[in-house]
Ligand binder design. Structure first.
Ligand SMILES: NC(=O)C1=CN([C@@H]2O[C@H](COP(=O)(O)OP(=O)(O)OC[C@H]3O[C@@H](n4cnc5c(N)ncnc54)[C@H](OP(=O)(O)O)[C@@H]3O)[C@@H](O)[C@H]2O)C=CC1
Ligand SMILES: Cc1cn([C@H]2C[C@H](O)[C@@H](COP(=O)(O)OP(=O)(O)O[C@H]3O[C@@H](C)C(=O)[C@@H](O)[C@H]3O)O2)c(=O)[nH]c1=O
Ligand SMILES: [Mg+2]
Length: 301
C-alpha cells in the first residue's frame, strides 16, 4: 500500500509519519517538497503530483490553521482549506484512492452546552471555520472513499499550540488572563494519528465505515482550566515560572479578530461505536505530552 501524506511537519502530520509507517510505504510531503508538489496553494501541481504517485491513500494533515489571521486573508485560507481539498477529493476519486482529512469544532456556532454530533447543523463563526466546512463539503461531494475527523484544541510536543503558548507567557509574565467560558477537549496529535491509522485500516477492509467522525479526547474543560493543569505540571517538575496569578475571564473580555465558539464539545460516540475504540480522558494525553515539552524546556534552561 502506498500512502501520500500532506503536511508532514504539522502537529498531526508529524505524528502521522510515525503512526502510518506500519501500514505501508509513506511518501510524506510538505509545502517545500522539491521533487513533488505538496503545496496546497498550487492545486495544478498538486494534482499532477498525485497522478504521478498514484497512491492508494491520501492523508491530508496540511491546513491553514491561523484562526485570527484567516480573517485578514480569507482567500488564502479558502484556497488551502477548501479549493485544494476539492482537488484532493477529485484526484482521490479518479484514482479510486482513500482520502483522510481533518476538520474542526469551529464549524459549529458554539451555542448551547450539548456535545455536537456529526449531523448537527453547522454555522461557523469565523473564516477559518467556514473554510474548513467548505473543505468537508467538497470531499463529501466529489469523493466516495473518505474519512473526515473533526477534532478540537490540538496540541503536540512539536509545533505551536495553546499549552506551549501558556508556558512561554508564564515564563514572561506575572499575571495571565485566560478565557473560562469556551469549553472543549484538548486533543493530542498522537491520539489523532493513532486513531487515524487504526480506523483507516479497518475502513479499507470494511468500506461501509467511511464517513465523517468526531474525534476528541474524553471529558471537557475551559482554556483557563487547561492552563491550570499546564502550570501545575510545570511546577511539579520544577520549571521556573514568573506567573503568580492566572485569572479566569469571559470571552467578552478578550476581543479577537475571529469569534470563537463557546461550546466546542464534540460527541464522539459514533467513532467509538463504529470502530470499538475508547477515547482517553483529555488530561492523560496532556500530561504525557507535557512531560516531553517540559523536559525540553528544562534542557534549554
Ligand atoms: N490545531 C488545532 O487546534 C486544530 C486543528 N484541526 C485540524 O487538524 C489538522 C491538522 O492541524 P495541526 O497539525 O494542528 O496544524 P498545524 O498548523 O500544526 O500544521 C498544519 C501544517 O499545514 C502546513 N501548511 C500550511 N499551508 C500549507 C500549504 N499551502 N501547503 C502545504 N502545507 C501547508 C503547515 O506548514 P507551515 O508550518 O510551513 O505553515 C503545517 O505544517 C488541520 O486540518 C486542522 O484544521 C482541527 C481542530 C483543532
Ligand atoms: C494566549 C491567550 C489565549 N487566550 C484564549 C484565546 C482563545 O479563545 C483560546 C485559545 O487560543 P488559541 O490561539 O490557541 O486558539 P485557536 O488558535 O483559536 O485554537 C483553535 O485552533 C484551530 C486551528 C482549531 O481548529 C480549534 O479547535 C482551536 O484549537 O485562549 C486567552 O484567553 N488568554 C491568552 O493569554
Ligand atoms: Mg492557534
Amino acid at each position: 500500500m502506498h500512502i501520500v501524506l500532506l503536511g508532514k511537519n504539522g502537529q498531526v502530520g508529524w505524528e502521522l509519519q510515525r503512526a502510518l509507517a506500519p501500514l505501508g510505504r509513506v511518501t510524506a510531503l510538505d509545502r517545500h517538497a522539491v521533487e513533488y508538489c505538496g503545496d496546497l496553494s498550487r492545486p495544478v501541481e498538486l494534482a499532477r503530483t498525485l497522478r504521478a504517485l498514484r497512491p492508494d491513500v491520501i492523508v491530508n494533515a496540511a491546513a491553514y490553521t491561523a484562526v485570527d489571521k484567516a480573517q485578514a486573508e480569507p482567500e488564502l485560507a479558502t484556497q488551502i482549506n477548501a479549493t485544494s481539498v476539492a482537488v484532493l477529493a477529485k484526484e482521490a476519486e479518479a484514482l479510486k484512492a482513500w482520502l483522510v482529512h481533518y476538520s474542526t469544532d469551529y464549524v459549529f456556532n458554539g451555542s448551547g452546552s450539548i456535545p455536537w454530533q456529526e449531523q448537527d447543523p453547522t454555522a461557523p463563526l469565523n473564516h477559518y471555520g467556514a473554510s474548513k466546512l467548505a473543505g468537508e463539503q467538497a470531499i463529501a461531494q466529489y469523493c466516495s472513499r473518505y474519512l473526515i475527523f473533526r477534532t478540537s484544541w490540538v496540541y503536540a510536543a512539536r509545533g505551536n499550540n495553546f499549552a506551549k503558548t501558556m508556558l512561554r507567557l508564564g515564563n514572561e509574565r506575572t499575571e495571565l488572563n485566560v478565557i473560562s467560558d469556551q469549553i472543549g477537549a484538548p486533543t493530542g496529535a498522537e491520539l489523532i494519528a493513532d486513531v487515524t491509522a487504526h480506523t483507516l485500516r479497518q475502513t479499507m477492509q470494511q468500506p461501509a465505515l467511511a464517513g465523517l467522525y468526531h474525534l476528541a479526547a474524553k471529558g471537557e474543560t475551559s482554556w483557563h482550566d487547561y492552563a491550570v493543569l499546564v502550570f501545575e505540571q510545570a511546577r511539579r517538575v520544577g520549571v521556573p515560572l514568573a506567573l503568580t496569578q492566572l485569572v479566569p475571564i469571559l470571552t467578552t473580555a478578550w476581543p479577537t479578530p475571529a469569534a470563537r465558539p463557546l461550546n466546542s464539545r464534540l460527541n464522539c460516540n459514533k467513532l467509538e461505536a463504529a470502530f470499538g475504540l475508547t477515547l482517553p480522558p483529555w488530561q492523560h494525553g496532556v500530561k504525557h505530552t507535557l512531560t516531553d515539552i517540559l523536559e525540553q524546556a528544562i534542557e534549554q534552561a
